[in-house]
Each structure stands twice: as C-alpha cells, then as structure tokens.
Design a protein around this ligand. Structure first.
Ligand SMILES: Nc1ncnc2c1ncn2[C@@H]1O[C@H](COP(=O)(O)OP(=O)(O)OP(=O)(O)O)[C@@H](O)[C@H]1O
Ligand SMILES: [Mg+2]
Length: 354
C-alpha cells in the first residue's frame, strides 16, 4: 500500500498481522482490514489520525478508553482484541472484523426500513448500550456509521464504544478541541451534549439512538439545518416532529418508544437502555420492549414531546442550555467553524474545522 499511515501501521503491527487494505475513515481515525496470521482470522485495525496522535494527552486517553472498551464483552458490541503504539506517536486498536455493512450504508441503499427490522436494530443496539452503561461507559457517538450489520441476518454490532471520550476537550463535549474536532456528530447529538454539558449519562446515548430509530422509520432525520450551530439549536430547543406523521405504518408502541427517547429532558426519556434484570445477551433493551400498556409509557403523552410535563427545574435547565448554546455558537463562529459546515452538514459527518 502506498498510504504512509498504512506503511507505518504495518511496521508497528509486525509480522503477526498482514494489512489488506483500507475499509474507511471518519473523523476519529482510519480503519484498515488486516489478517491475524497467528489466529488465522480477519481483524479490523483503527488508527488515530496523525494530526490527533501527535498530542500526547489525546494519545493517552485514546489508549485508556480503548482499554476500557475492551472490557465490554457482549454479543452486540464489536470486541476489541488489543491496543498498541508504534513509532512517532502512532496509536491503534485491533478489533473483530465485521463482515457486512454499516446501518449508514443500508439506509443509503434503502432510505427507510420495515418497522420490525428497525425495532430489532434498536433493541439490539439498546441492549449493547445498556451493557456499556452498566459499567459506566457512555458511547457518546451513537449513529448509523457506528452500527454495523453482520452477515445475512444482519446481527447488530456496535462499534467505537467510548472512543469519542478520548478526544473530548477540556472545554467539554460538543465544542471544538484545539485540533478542530468536536465530539459527537451534530445530527445525532443529545441536547445536553449539544449544549456542552460536562456530565452526560446513558440517557444521552438513548437520545442519539432515538434519532437513529426515527431515521430508520421515517426515512429522514428529525432535525436538519444548513449550519451546525443551527442544528445544535434545534437539538436543544425544537420538539421532534411526530414520527407517525412521517411513517403512518409504524406501530404505536414503537413510535412512542422512539418519541420518548427523543425527549429534550433526560428525565423524560427512558431511564435505562438495557434489559436490566436478566435482560442481557440479546434479550432486548428496555427502550424498545415497553408496550403501549406499560404504565410509565401510558402515563406519558405520546406524539408531540412538547406536551410532556415539564417542571420548573427542567424549564430552567432548558433555558440554561439555550444560553450555553448561544455562547457556544458565538465561539464557533469566531473559529470559522460554521462557515466550513455551511456546505457540509451531511449526516454522519463529525464536526471538523477547516
Ligand atoms: N470492526 C469493523 N469491521 C468492519 N468495518 C468496520 C469496523 N469498524 C469500523 N468499520 C467501518 O470502517 C469505516 C470507518 O470507520 P470510522 O469509525 O473510522 O468512521 P465513522 O464511523 O464514519 O466516523 P467516526 O470517526 O465518527 O466513528 C466505517 O465505514 C465503518 O463502518
Ligand atoms: Mg466509527
């Protein structure tokens, strides 16, 4: 391969692995396909881009988060086999190769999915998130590119668990790092992530999964805007349009499940993603299992999230977020970030400055 990064990676991996080619690249790295010669199996290797890897604190955090994510062992999470470093700040991790396509690729081909397929993908992803949350690991970047569908059955496997945290700047998620990379992907960012809250929890991932669910069922995203600040403002303030208006064949319980995931206030969303007591191992996440007869859900106004009861504390928190976002937008505009994204705020694109 002519790619200098691939050549450096090949040297770092040594003779135990043969690099076979690039699979793709995102804002946080380049993923290569390789063969583990000892164990005679295909693997995928993710390398931190050199412009990020040259910063020692990012490198250390990347390795630490990969180690944390490697503790996750779950049928719907891509297993991480090892992490490693090479010369000149090269950092990478080796994970299982998933033979299939990403949900992003599937949605590009088919635009929207049948409700039962969307439900299964949501349940399996929720189950995976629940397993991470139980260990205190928040994904922070749930989006169709990070949801892989394996083989003919399309088993869901979630990748990049917790990796976004490694690149979080000290000024908080949702803002620019010194290297020009913001954490999270604006179309899928929860209101609290968009506002730059430091302390987010698993309910932020539930919101992002809600956006993915909405997209699978409606064939379009709940929020779009020509600029990133405009999009973040919508994530924080604008109720998601009613899913069943866009997808009339979507069953009531599934639509209600997605709409509740998309509540602006974390307290109004599903409290947990995973199956809870005995739910693991593909048992289905709380998020999608609840039927319309479930008490909590039946109590909850379905359809328009604006109708959800908001106490004054929640309203205050919302106002604080709007203020934070305005300040954030001003900062962002100063860094010419909005200009660079005025022409590219396509879904799945991570924020990167020009
Ligand atoms: N374990 C894997 N097996 C097979 N393909 C993978 C694996 N991990 C990632 N990919 C694919 O590699 C490509 C690049 O992934 P990468 O994570 O670098 O980018 P991304 O998900 O688009 O953006 P981000 O950097 O925000 O995660 C994607 O198309 C993804 O589907
Ligand atoms: Mg990814």
């Amino acid at each position: 391969m002519n790619d200098p990064l691939a050549q450096r990676l090949s040297l770092a991996l040594g003779s135990s692995f043969t690099l076979e080619g690039e699979i793709g690249r995102g804002g946080m790295g380049v993923v290569y396909r390789a063969r583990d010669e000892r164990l005679k199996r295909g693997v995928a290797v993710k390398v931190l881009p050199p412009e990020l890897a040259f910063r020692e604190e990012i490198r250390i955090r990347f390795l630490r988060e990969a180690e944390t994510a490697a503790r996750l062992s779950h049928p719907h999470i891509v297993p991480i086999h090892s992490v490693g470093e090479g010369p000149h700040g090269l950092v990478y991790f080796v994970m299982a190769y998933v033979d299939g396509e990403s949900l992003a690729a599937r949605l590009k081909r088919r635009e929207r999915l049948p409700p039962e397929e969307a439900r299964r993908i949501m349940m399996e992803t929720a189950d995976a998130l629940g397993a991470g949350h139980a260990l205190g690991i928040i994904h922070r970047d749930v989006k169709p590119d990070n949801i892989l569908l394996e083989g003919s059955r399309g088993r869901t496997v979630l990748t990049d668990f917790g990796i976004a945290k490694a690149l979080t700047s000290t000024t908080g998620p949702g803002t620019l790092t010194a290297t020009g990379v913001a954490i999270g992907t604006p179309h899928y960012m929860s209101p609290e992530q968009a506002a730059g809250d430091r302390e987010i929890d698993g309910r932020s991932d539930i919101y992002s999964l809600g956006v993915v669910g909405y997209q699978m069922l409606a064939g379009e995203l709940p929020f779009s805007a020509p600029t990133v600040p405009g999009l973040l403002l919508k994530q924080i303030t604008e109720p998601a349009p009613n899913l069943q208006d866009k997808s009339p064949t979507c069953p009531d319980d599934l639509a209600a499940c997605v709409m509740r995931s998309l509540e602006k206030e974390p307290e109004a969303r599903w409290p947990t993603a995973g199956g809870g007591g005995g739910g693991g191992g593909g048992g289905g996440g709380r998020v999608c299992r609840v039927s319309a007869t479930n008490r909590g859900l039946a109590d909850h106004p379905r359809g328009h999230p604006a109708a959800a009861p908001q106490n004054s504390g929640a309203r205050l928190a919302q106002r604080r977020r709007v203020r934070t976002l305005r300040a954030c937008s001003r900062r962002v505009a100063n860094q010419r970030w909005s200009r660079s994204f005025a022409t590219d705020s396509s879904p799945g694109r991570r924020c990167a400055a020009d």
